[in-house]
Design a protein around this ligand. Structure first.
Ligand code: GLA
Length: 424
């Protein structure tokens, strides 16, 4: 029914309203909301190590049409998963949780409602909710965080709860940690909740201070390439990495007074690394430390408009997650390596948690058709998979759309390939 090609907010809203009516019987008193997905430009697996990250919000994400009910029941329907039908719960069922970390997508919004209740923000009525996401599924562009922050935003808007956007991010992370089995850091929820159009967010995860850095790419574009190898963070590998970093920190704390791996410079790390009991821990900690330093340096370069320097650090960052952190796999390595070979590709690296998902690349505009052609063909040859390419735009954070003046909503994303060859 709705496709990624719907160009503007008005068409999207109309389509959501029609769909809502089909499922829930009327369109009266409907509110329409949006929360973005995110892409991380550099600073991977640093957010649970007290380091820096540099993500930005996208103009694609998750939409919801919502009506406040007169009773205390919650109904959830996903346009993306119509076969699941509408799931219905009473507030008391959700509230008395804990929400089982089941594989149903509704465990995300249920986890958020449960967490609000735990914090004393108890809705006095239920909601009919219809969701639609236009992020590629399982691609590591934070569809989960988008859904979490969106649900929190809706609760705040409908019931007037006192939760600012940073609190919505923290509630999202808490809920994902406790109800969805992923010990994720704060990056994704923060990027989604705090997104700003045309800016990337330089976030220090040790104290949540952040700076918005304008991303002025004049002759280049950001291209996301979906490996179409589904990633799953709940797969224990993500949590394993986190545990390995915690172990490395504990061992390093026997010789130096640090709170997190992000406190170390590379010189300090080299001085102390001999205490680490296992070569795997050395590699994991080396990534966490070097990636944090790279991120700080990359942002400095970008502020000086040194896009080429930023691109070089993207490549180093990829090599570090590949060799030291081991979260890429053959698909993401193939995409990044092939991208580096294309003249006009300024930088490319995997983005997000890894184990499948996407790469992000900075590509000179004139080189985009060749980039898609060459990377797509070589990737297919190496993996047997077809990649999808998207030119992305940096958008704002969560918002209510039905109260915005026409035309200000998040424009839906155009797959790059629609004009330029796209899917291979
Ligand atoms: C996932 C997690 C984030 C972060 C990234 C890796 O996206 O949700 O918290 O750890 O992986 O940088």
């Amino acid at each position: 029914m709705m496709t990624d090609r719907i160009a503007g907010s008005r068409e999207m809203q109309a389509a959501l309203r029609d769909h809502f009516q089909k499922i829930y019987g009327s369109q009266d008193d409907l509110r329409v909301y949006f929360a973005p997905g995110r892409v991380n430009l550099i600073g991977e697996h640093t957010d649970y190590n007290g380091g820096h990250v540099f993500p930005c919000a996208l103009t694609i994400g998750t939409y919801a049409a919502v009506r406040i009910r007169t009773d205390r029941r919650f109904r959830f329907f996903s346009v993306n998963l119509p076969g699941d039908g509408a799931e219905e719960y009473s507030l008391d069922e959700i509230r008395s949780g804990p929400v089982p970390p089941d594989s149903r997508w509704t465990s995300y919004p249920r986890g958020i409602i449960h967490t609000f209740c735990q914090r004393g923000m108890v809705p006095d009525r239920g909601l009919d909710m219809l969701f639609y996401g236009n992020l590629p599924a399982g691609a590591g562009l934070s569809s989960s965080a988008s859904l979490e922050v969106l649900t929190g935003f809706i609760l705040r808007d409908c019931f007037g709860f006192p939760a600012d956007n940073q609190t919505l991010a923290l509630i999202g992370q808490y809920s994902e940690n406790h109800y969805n089995g992923v010990s994720c850091g704060i990056m994704d929820q923060f990027a989604v909740a705090m997104g700003k159009k045309d800016h990337a967010i330089f976030l220090n995860t040790s104290d949540l201070t952040c700076e918005y850095v304008p991303l002025r790419l004049e002759k280049e574009s950001l291209i996301i390439t979906n490996s179409n190898k589904k990633h799953s963070l709940a797969s224990s590998a993500y949590n394993d990495r986190r545990r390995e970093c915690e172990q490395a920190l504990k061992e390093l704390q026997t010789v130096t007074d640090i709170q997190s791996l992000g406190d170390l410079t590379m010189e300090e790390f080299r001085e102390y690394q001999h205490v680490l009991s296992d070569p795997v821990l050395v590699r994991r900690a080396r990534h966490a430390v070097s990636e944090n330093q790279r991120t700080i340096q990359a942002v400095q370069l970008l502020k000086k408009q040194d896009v080429a320097g930023f691109g070089r650090l993207m490549k180093e960052a990829h090599l570090s997650v590949s060799r030291d952190y081991e979260v890429t796999g053959p698909e993401l390595d193939a995409l990044a390596e092939e991208a580096w070979n294309v003249p006009g590709c300024i930088g490319s690296r995997m983005t997000g948690g890894g184990f499948g998902g996407c790469t992000v690349s900075i590509v000179r505009d004139s080189a985009i058709p060749r980039f898609i052609e060459q990377v797509g063909a070589a990737y297919h040859q190496r993996t047997g998979l077809d990649a999808d390419f998207y030119t992305v735009h940096i958008g704002g954070g969560p918002r209510r759309l039905d109260e915005e003046p026409a035309g200000r909503g998040p424009a839906a994303q155009e797959p790059a390939g629609k004009e330029q060859g796209g899917k291979r």
